[in-house]
Design a protein. Structure first.
Length: 117
């Protein structure tokens, strides 16, 4: 991982956290998120907690997907219904595949967690 805790803490705006120049996921974006996850610098929103509880997705599995899962897409439509962020996918302990979206608003947060398929 090529970023430091200090670099994560230095982020001040969503533009610092995500490149708006391209829909393609940038390595630095993923590195920053994974460093933040490893340093317990990502909050899980009430919506994400509720969604994971409703679908019986253990929170530790959601965190594992952020740290080790595939970064599969980036949402950039700031005027649309989706929050800007990176979507991570991975298989959890019971075999289901889940999506975990990480966004940024004065710090990283998990916007939503849900099963796929």
């Amino acid at each position: 991982m090529s970023v430091t805790r200090a670099e994560v803490l230095a982020l001040r705006t969503i533009n610092d956290a995500f490149s708006h120049a391209t829909n393609e996921i940038q390595k630095r974006e993923v590195d920053l998120i994974r460093k933040a996850a490893g340093e317990d610098l990502i909050l899980m929103t009430w919506h994400a907690i509720s969604a994971s509880d409703d679908q019986r997705i253990p929170q530790e599995d959601a965190w594992r997907v952020v740290r080790l899962g595939r970064a599969v897409s980036k949402d950039l439509d700031s005027d649309g219904p989706r929050q800007i962020g990176i979507n991570f996918q991975g298989t959890i302990s019971d075999g289901r595949t889940i999506n975990v979206k990480v966004s940024w608003d004065d710090g990283y947060y998990v916007a939503t967690v849900h099963t796929l398929g």
